[in-house]
Design a protein around this ligand. Sequence first.
Ligand code: MRU
Length: 356
Amino acid sequence: MRIDGKEYRTIWYENNVVKIIDQTKLPHKFTIKELKTVKDAVHAIKTMEVRGAPLIGGTAAYGIALAARENHNPEFIKKSASELIQSRPTAINLKWAVDRMMKKLSGINSDQILDIALKEAKGICDEDVKFCENIGINGLKIIEKIYNKKKNTVNILTHCNAGWLATINWGTATSPIYHAHKKGIPVHVWVDETRPRNQGANLTSYELNEEKIPNTIIADNTGGILMQRGEVDMCVVGTDRTLSNGDVCNKIGTYLKALAAYDNNIPFYVALPSSTIDWDIKDAKKIPIEERNSEELSYIEGIDENNEIKKVLIYPNKSKTLNLAFDITPAKYVTGLITEKGISEASYNGLQKLFK
Ligand code: MRU
C-alpha cells in the first residue's frame, strides 16, 4: 500500500539486508531500518518495530535466513529459532513461520542454505500478500451486501491495527475495506484508539489516511454508544491466534467490542489468514497471553514543538498497573471468519470445511 503516494511492503530484502518500516516511530516519523543479524530480528519483534501477527511471522522467517548467513551450524540456527519463537508469545504466526523455515532447511548443506532460506522467507511473505488480498476479495462481499441494502456510507468499526502495517501488504481487517474503497463503495471507519500502545490511532488511522479512506479515531470506550445509535454497520478485527473451535485471541479490548456488537445485533467479523489458526490448542485458557511492560500504560509518547518524539508520565508514579496485551472473544460472539479461502462460521465444522 502507499505512504506519500509510494508503494511499500512492510518488509523486504535488499542489498544483503532485511529492511523494515520502524513502526515505533509512526505516525510522526517514517523510518526504514535495516536488520543484519538474527539478534536484530529478535529485537525488532520484541520492541514492536514490527508487530501484527503476519508481519512478525515474516520477520521471524527472515530472522532464520539471517541466522543461516551468520553461522551454518545447525545448533546455532536451532537456538536462534527458539529465541525468535519466544520473542512474542501470543501470535501463532511466529511459531508457524519458524517451524516452516526449519522444516525447509533441515538436512540442507551449508553451500545452499542461505539461498534456500531467503527464498522460503520471501515465499512466506509473498503468500501472506496473496492471502490478505483474497481476504479482501472475500470480505468485500459483506460490505457490498450492506451497501446494497443501505445505499449509503458503510460505517465499519475496527480495533488495533490489523491493516497492511500488521501484515506484508493489504492487511487482514482492512483488506475488505481497501477493496470496497477501490470499487467505489463509500466507507467510513471508526478507528479504536487501542490503548495502551495506540496502534489504532497511530497506525490504522495513518494508513487509511494515506489511502484517502475517511476515518475517525475514537476512544476505546466509544464504540458501545455508537452501536446503540446505529452508527456502526459492522465490526471487523484481526487476530493473533484463532483456535479450531473459532475462539479468537486478539488485542486487548476486542472482547468488549464483540459483546457490545452482540447486544446491538451488529455483525462482528474476524479476518485472518490460515497461518493464524492454531489447530493444536483446544482450550482458549491455554493460549499464552503476553503481559507487557507496565510503562506502556503509565507513559505516553507524542511529538513536541521541536518535532522530537517525547515520552511523558501520565499516572501517579506510585500506582500499580497491569498490561495484558490480548484477550479472548468466544466463538459465539463472532459472526464469521473471513479467510483467504472464503468466509467460515466461527466453529470447528466451519473451519474444517474450508481447510481440511
Ligand atoms: O500487539 P500488536 O500490535 O502486535 O497486536 C496486533 C493485533 O492484535 C492484530 O489485530 C493482530 O496481530 C492481527 S494483524 C493482521
